[in-house]
Design a protein around this ligand. Structure first.
Ligand SMILES: *[C@@H]1O[C@H](CO)[C@@H](O)[C@H](O)[C@H]1NC(C)=O
Ligand SMILES: *[C@@H]1O[C@H](CO)[C@@H](O)[C@H](O)[C@H]1NC(C)=O
Length: 518
């Protein structure tokens, strides 16, 4: 029999749960559209787009969960209380909050020329739906975004901010039409829609061709030694130009994919850097130049390339005490993850525990090309995102930044014809866009794992259930994100300090659980 005190407590809890259910804004559901893939996309236009509101305060000792599945839902919300025992035969996910790992910095995507060009081709009202989907409180609330410094392959032409041959004083340095039309307005819009801070970092693909040994944006070429200082000044000019036009900069990477610049067949913008040259340039040019300009507050990241460069490439720079003081972290791309396991991330973290690791680029469709670049409704591509994010954050990545925020129906435009997939695909002819399953994979993290949360342990005994866990700095709010790769409905019990969240989850599904302790 329940004592009357306990009964009242339960009644009050029930009342508060009901009250929050009544007052919380109801979300607009996904408008499904099926193409030729294993799952569906959510279609949005000027009048309609699905939303995801903040769960608000979760009553103590209860949880709220959001689920997405291949066959049914997108961010389907439910809630419940904890139990004192697990379900029989459930897969037991054990959380251990005794030890804290890295502090999370954020999740997001990239403002590329192509993303912006695709977005501004929509009507204003549809643009608003798209930008809100990524940045507003009714969307997945990205907090950490990247932008190329001048052209990348996701531009309609190769260019830099100073294409006047021999202008070493950079008197002709100027932002491009692409910045004014496709990037700055959207970055400002994102900042105004967001109720969180949106941190932005710049990455160069290539210096001006005339600064390089081969005189080209692409193929094999390095920075000429006499251009080391002008190229450092160019970084300062980029930051100043963006910041004076309403786009504060939080960080920089020193070069996108630096080892691609030793490949004679590299089709798009690049610049080759050995680790030794990069180290020397940072300590004699870039570091002191940023410092002299009052920009030491910027987070400086090295590498910005695949796992197969770990730990040796950043280690070569970080082993140097002078270079070390200027470098804040290592940026990593996902393209070799299927061949190189995550142990190299932990190895790097162990060597330089004061320096962060951040995933700064990933996309699907990069290895198939042609008509397969974009797959509208592919669930397996979203599972790859989920597994990769979980694997990376469980090995110290402080966040995960996706590549182009929006591409067209062919996965472009791209001047070098390097077409790929994106979480939002734009059908400009119909003035609509499609939120891919990968959009929801990103959202299962970005909405709920807010910057400042710390990663904690969660152990899954089943190789088809992958999970990550986080706790807020007050140790009150826990966030668990997991993926079910099984083809069947599964019972899962999440254990924290002797109590259990018992869930029955669909086949091929993603979940975020928010639990409030005490
Ligand atoms: C769309 O927005 C732009 C910029 O705010 C404005 O100049 C333009 O008139 C708008 N177009 C329509 C059709 O409302
Ligand atoms: C490099 O870019 C030029 C255009 O600027 C192009 O003609 C050439 O094919 C590219 N190189 C490779 C290897 O694709």
């Amino acid at each position: 029999m329940m004592g009357s005190g306990a009964l009242w407590k339960h009644l009050l809890l029930l009342v508060s749960v009901l009250a929050s259910a009544v007052t919380s804004q109801d979300d607009i559901p996904c408008l499904r559209k099926v193409f030729d893939q294993s799952s569906f996309v959510c279609s949005c236009n000027a009048d309609y787009c699905d939303t995801l509101s903040d769960p608000g305060d979760v009553p103590p000792t209860t949880y709220v969960s959001y689920s997405s599945s291949a066959s049914e839902a997108r961010f389907l919300k439910s809630s419940g209380g904890v139990d004192s025992s697990p379900r029989p035969d459930a897969i037991l996910l054990r959380v251990n909050a005794d030890y804290h790992y890295q502090t999370m910095m954020g999740f997001g995507g990239a403002f590329t020329d192509s993303a912006g060009l695709n977005i501004v081709a929509l009507s204003n009202a549809t643009q608003e739906k798209l930008m809100s989907s990524y940045f507003s409180p009714s969307g997945i609330e990205y907090t950490l975004c990247r932008t190329p410094m001048a052209g990348s392959d996701f531009s309609v032409r190769p260019y830099s901010y100073d294409d006047i041959e021999g202008d070493v004083a950079l008197v002709n340095f100027a932002l491009a039409e692409e910045d004014w039309l496709y990037k700055l307005p959207l970055i400002q819009w994102a900042n105004s829609l967001s109720q969180r801070e949106v941190k932005l970092f710049g990455s160069p693909w290539s210096p001006p061709a005339w600064m390089k040994t081969n005189g080209k944006f692409n193929e094999s070429g390095e920075l000429l030694p006499e251009m080391y200082q002008p190229w450092a000044e160019y970084f300062v000019k980029f930051v100043e130009a963006y910041e004076s036009n309403g786009a504060p900069i939080w960080g920089l990477t020193t070069q996108n994919e630096p080892l691609s610049g030793f490949d004679d067949n590299w089709g798009w913008n690049t610049c080759g850097w050995t680790a030794e040259d990069m180290r020397d340039w940072i300590k004699t040019n870039l570091g002191p130049t940023l410092e002299a300009a009052g920009l030491r507050r910027l987070k400086l990241m090295v590498d910005d390339f695949n796992r197969d460069t770990l730990p040796w490439y950043p280690a070569k720079m970080l082993e140097d005490p002078e270079a070390y003081q200027y470098i804040d972290g290592t940026a990593v791309h996902w393209y070799s993850d299927r061949w190189v396991g995550p142990a190299v991330l932990s190895e790097l973290q162990g060597l330089f525990p004061e320096k962060f690791i951040l995933y700064t680029e990933a996309c699907e469709g990069w290895d198939v090309g042609g008509a397969e670049s974009v797959q509208l409704g592919s669930w397996s591509r979203a599972e790859n995102y989920m597994m990769n994010i979980i694997d990376d954050v469980n090995h110290y990545s402080t966040g995960w930044v996706d590549w182009n925020m929006a591409l067209d129906m062919t996965g472009g435009p791209n001047w070098a014809n390097n077409l790929v997939d994106a979480p939002i695909i734009i059908n400009a002819e119909e003035d609509e866009f499609y939120k891919q399953p990968t959009f929801y994979a990103m959202g299962h993290f970005s909405k709920f794992v807010v910057p400042g949360m710390k990663r904690i342990d969660i152990h899954s005994p089943d190789e088809q259930i992958w999970a990550s866990a986080f706790v807020d700095p007050d140790m009150l709010k826990y966030v668990y994100v997991f993926v079910n790769l099984k083809d069947e409905i599964t019972d899962v019990s999440i254990e924290l300090q002797g109590h259990y969240i018992n869930m029955n989850i669909p086949a091929r599904s993603f979940h975020t659980v928010i639990y409030q302790d005490h």
